[in-house]
Design a protein around this ligand. Structure first.
Ligand code: 2BA
Length: 110
């Protein structure tokens, strides 16, 4: 058995969970926060048999969309590093999805 851990954008998560249910997969949805943007995203846990991993990844691929997002880090300007940091916006591309597939040692449900 495998555990598919997928970090997706909040905007895609409802459609993704619906699609997983329609295809007979159980999932758990966790509210998460990206370390870089410090913005909310969604982490899904999907426990599946080994042979179902590719189908689940395919469903995630179909429902998850990459988007450009503006982020405003602080950039140093001039020689005085403390007083001369100014914000400037840069664009980053956020997922699709970030997917981890890990082995499940034991699965119990009752
Ligand atoms: P965040 O950490 O908020 O990252 C959002 C987007 O910012 C990333 O999109 C990437 O395009 C960019 N980014 C992240 N770290 C960066 C860095 N050090 N320098 C420049 N740009 C950077 P994605 O790669 O699609 O990641 C989307 C979200 O997936 C991440 O949100 C994070 O929550 C999760 N994630 C991505 N890689 C991960 C990993 N190796 N381990 C755990 N979570 C991960």
């Amino acid at each position: 058995m495998k555990l598919v851990i997928a970090v997706v954008q909040d905007k895609d998560s409802i459609r993704l969970v619906e699609s997983l249910v329609e295809n007979g997969y159980r999932s758990t949805k966790l509210a998460s926060t990206g370390g870089f943007l410090k913005a909310g995203n969604t982490t899904l846990l999907v426990g599946v048999e080994d042979g179902q991993v590719s189908k689940v990844v395919e469903i995630i691929r179909e429902t998850s969309q990459a988007r450009e997002q503006l982020v405003t880090p602080m950039a140093p300007v001039g020689s005085n590093a403390v007083e001369s940091y100014v914000p400037y916006p840069i664009e980053v591309q956020v997922g699709g999805a970030t997917i981890f597939v890990v082995d499940v040692e034991k699965f119990v449900r009752f």
